[in-house]
Design a protein around this ligand. Sequence first.
Ligand SMILES: Cc1cc2nc3c(=O)[nH]c(=O)nc-3n(C[C@H](O)[C@H](O)[C@H](O)COP(=O)(O)O)c2cc1C
Length: 165
Amino acid sequence: MKTLIIYDSLYGNTGKVAQAVAKGLVGEVKILRVSETSAADLRSADVLIVGSPTHGGRPSQAMQQFLNAIPAHALGNVRAAAFDTGMPMDNKQGFIRFIVKFFGYASKRLASILKSKGAIIVAAETFFVLGKEGPLKQGELERAAAWAQGIIGTANRQPNLDSIR
Ligand SMILES: Cc1cc2nc3c(=O)[nH]c(=O)nc-3n(C[C@H](O)[C@H](O)[C@H](O)COP(=O)(O)O)c2cc1C
């Protein structure tokens, strides 16, 4: 099974989560920063994992541009998972709490773009940073590796044909 992880990261935290996700996976895993990814890289992936910092409730500009440029249906039959990094809702600064509650996290939008390109979404998750520049909340890298293991389980599961009559 070939997994491609594409991520963006302004301060490095999402990059660390991407590395932790890779550690949780088996088989061939390739990690690319979105700025060095081309559409051709997508072709050989059985599983695609996309990660971005949350910027105003959305993925980074570069990630949005990259994903939006993928032709419709190009990800047909590709299992995909999305993750973001963002600030927890219990942040002490009221303004941040408001922004997070109001705009939500980027992973939902990542998943919806991937789905619109034909991908089968198997997971979407947020990993938390304690401030704009980090650090990651304690335990998040371990949680990311465990999350990745869960994705493989889901990605390998075949549809139960007996249940389709
Ligand atoms: C321009 C900008 C907008 C942001 N907007 C949000 C937001 O809407 N919600 C949130 O939870 N965090 C927001 N953040 C904090 C980012 O989530 C945080 O910088 C990011 O997770 C750090 O990841 P990185 O080190 O990979 O860049 C924002 C940060 C920046 C720089």
